[in-house]
Design a protein. Structure first.
Length: 111
């Protein structure tokens, strides 16, 4: 529950993908593999509807853009999950870490 609460607060507060928070927490505290944490994080995404409704009621959701991104997300998620499932655990974990570093640097140092 603590991992979900932490991920939910940070996701709702900053709009970050819950996976950026949830995946490391599940690996560290629940001793999940990278594959298990990523799969579980994707299952949790379905539950983010409730927090999205808060933004929607305040007029902060563009449903047209969300639908377009969602369509791409379905196809991209299928392709990404297929390749991720085939990668060895240590390579997948390193790829995830590099992605987090790149995103953090971009947010810190660039507009």
């Amino acid at each position: 529950m603590f991992i979900g609460l932490s991920g939910g607060i940070l996701s709702g507060l900053m709009g970050v993908g819950g996976g950026i928070v949830l995946i490391p927490l599940m690996i560290i505290f629940l001793k999940m593999t990278q594959h298990q944490a990523q799969g579980t994080s994707l299952a949790v995404i379905m539950l983010s509807f409730v927090s999205m409704m808060v933004y929607y009621k305040k007029g902060h959701v563009n449903l047209g853009i969300a639908a377009l991104i969602g369509a791409g997300f379905i196809l991209g998620g299928f392709i990404g999950a297929y390749f991720a499932a085939a990668l060895p655990e240590n390579i997948l974990r390193k790829c995830f870490a590099v992605l987090m570093i790149i995103v953090a640097c971009k947010m810190l140092f660039f507009k």
